[in-house]
Design a protein around this ligand. Structure first.
Ligand code: C5P
Length: 227
C-alpha cells in the first residue's frame, strides 16, 4: 500500500541536553534525521516525504536533503510550539492522498515490514499505530505508595509511525485544534472521534532519540546492523 509520510522534525535538544535540535546530532558522522529519511527514501511504497521544520533550520535541512539526493522529499511546513502543531501544519499542506504515515524524525530505526503492515491496516480500517508490549511490571502509586498493579497483558508502549486514512487524520487534527485538545500522539485525536485504532506490533529497536543514553543505544543498533 502506497503512502505519504509526514515527519515532524521541528523539536529542540532540551531532554538530549544538546544546544541545538537533537536531530542534527550525528551518529557515525551523519545527522540522526538523515537515517530516518533514508528509510522512507528507500521504501518503494513511499510516494512522498513532507517535513515539519523550524523556520530558521529549513535552509540547513534543505541543503542536507539535496546533498543526500533525497528525491522523495516534496516539501516543508513550518513547525509549531508543540509536536501536534507541527504535524497539523504538515497535514494542512500535503496534497490529498490515500494513506498518511506520521513518524517522528527522531526514530531512525523503524522496520520496513512494520511500515508496510501499518499502511495496509490503515487503508483497510482507518487507523493503525506501531507499538510494543510493555516489558516491565507497571504499578500505580499515590504519594510514593503503590495503589495498584496494572495487568500488563493489556498494556502497549506506543511508538510511531502512526498511519491513517488522509481524510480521517486531517479531520481529527482540525477538530482537536478547534477544541484546543492536545494529545500525546495522533491516535488520541482519532480515538476521541470514537474511531477504532489498530495496533501493529513493532520492534524494541524503534527507539525515539530523546535523552543522551539513546545516542549510545543508537550507535549500538547501527553497529549491530553492520555485522
Ligand atoms: O521531543 P520529542 O522527541 O518527543 O519529539 C518527537 C518528534 O517531534 C521529533 O522528531 C521532533 O523533532 C518533533 N517535534 C516537532 N515540533 C515540536 C516538537 C517536536 O516537530 N514542536
Amino acid at each position: 500500500m502506497n503512502y505519504t509520510v509526514v515527519l515532524p522534525a521541528a523539536g529542540s535538544g532540551k531532554r538530549m541536553k544538546a544546544d541545538k535540535n537533537k536531530l542534527l546530532l550525528e551518529l557515525f558522522g551523519k545527522p540522526i534525521f538523515l537515517y530516518t529519511l533514508d528509510v522512507f527514501q528507500q521504501d518503494p511504497n513511499c510516494d512522498a516525504i513532507w517535513l515539519a521544520v523550524k523556520e530558521q533550520e529549513q535552509e540547513l535541512i534543505e541543503d542536507y536533503v539535496k546533498r543526500y539526493n533525497l528525491t522523495k522529499v516534496q516539501g516543508y511546513a513550518t513547525g509549531g510550539v508543540e509536536r501536534q502543531d507541527s504535524v497539523r501544519a504538515c497535514l494542512e499542506v500535503i496534497p490529498p492522498c490515500g494513506v498518511v504515515l506520521v513518524h517522528d524524525a527522531a526514530r531512525p530505526f523503524i522496520d520496513q515490514k512494520v511500515i508496510a503492515q501499518l499502511a495496509e491496516t490503515a487503508q483497510q480500517s482507518g487507523a493503525a499505530i506501531a507499538a510494543v508490549p510493555v516489558k516491565d511490571t507497571i504499578k500505580k502509586a499515590e504519594n510514593g505508595v503503590i495503589t495498584e498493579t496494572v495487568d500488563r497483558n493489556q498494556l502497549w508502549m506506543i511508538q510511531t509511525p502512526q498511519a491513517f486514512r488522509y481524510s480521517l487524520i486531517l479531520e481529527a487534527a482540525r477538530i482537536a485544534h478547534k477544541d484546543g485538545f492536545m494529545g500525546t500522539d495522533e491516535a488520541m485525536l482519532v480515538e476521541r472521534l470514537n474511531q477504532p485504532v489498530a495496533i501493529v506490533e513493532s520492534t524494541y529497536e524503534n527507539i525515539k532519540m530523546t535523552t543522551p543514553d539513546d545516542l549510545i543505544y543508537g550507535k549500538a543498533i547501527l553497529e549491530s546492523r553492520l555485522q
